[in-house]
Design a protein around this ligand. Structure first.
Ligand code: C5P
Length: 215
């Protein structure tokens, strides 16, 4: 198989505060997005990488990454799902379009070389009503928190995203589209350090992770 990478980075990052899209914020001296690029480049030096960004972020993006000739950029959509679709279309339109794709959130710079990772849920889970009052405790057996990267055959996930774009359903990860189509998806053990940077406190946690790992 040949591999391409799609990195959705077009979110507005409003939950992380500080007015700067989270992929372009620095953590441990490097931007979150550049850390993600280095992660994939340390694994494969020249596979095509498509960064999906917001139209307003072009100059921020250019200032945030070390480019090479196989790093491409395209603009995203309002939801993550729409951004992923743009990235997949771009990858599929390349002259040497790869057979498989890894889709990886820009907000997860601490992943390693694993694929479709998921972490068994260890907290007790509560379901609430719209007022935040507990309705039930959800049994956690067989429940996993999905992470990225997630890996797919490029044409399969592209086709499912094209179909999803014409419906009103919304999906927060890409494996969901295969699940709904009745296609098998295997999970592998994830890593607790592969956190998604969402809130400002996640950046503090990320800085701690980096300090704990430096010599
Ligand atoms: O918002 P959330 O943290 O779930 O976003 C996950 C990833 O999807 C982030 O890397 C974010 O930049 C990206 N995203 C996107 N386009 C959007 C919304 C989110 O590429 N419209």
């Amino acid at each position: 198989p040949t591999i391409g990478i799609v990195i959705p980075a077009a979110g507005r990052g409003t939950r992380a505060g500080q007015g700067c899209q989270k992929a372009f914020r620095r953590i441990g001296g490097d931007t979150v997005l550049n850390r993600v690029l280095k992660l994939f480049r340390s694994w494969n030096t020249n596979c095509p990488i498509v960064i999906v960004h917001h139209a307003d972020d072009i100059s921020l993006l250019e200032a945030s990454i070390d480019r090479d000739s196989n790093i491409h950029t395209t603009t995203g959509g309002v939801e993550r799902q729409a951004s992923v679709l743009q990235g997949l279309r771009f990858l599929s339109s390349l002259p040497k379009s790869p057979s498989h794709v890894f889709i990886h959130d820009a907000a997860r710079p601490f992943a390693s070389h694993s694929v479709i990772p998921a972490i068994a849920v260890s907290d007790t889970l509560k379901k609430t009503d719209s007022n935040g009052l507990i309705q039930a405790t959800v049994p956690r057996d067989g429940l996993f928190r999905a992470q990225t990267p997630q890996a797919f055959k490029l044409q399969t996930i592209l086709r499912l995203h094209e179909i999803a774009a014409t419906s009103t359903s919304s999906y927060t990860d890409d494996a969901s589209l295969l699940e709904e189509a009745g296609l098998p998806v295997r999970i592998i053990q994830g890593e607790s350090r592969n956190i998604k940077l969402t809130y400002s406190s996640d950046f503090e946690e990320g800085e701690r992770l980096l300090r704990a790992n430096s010599p």
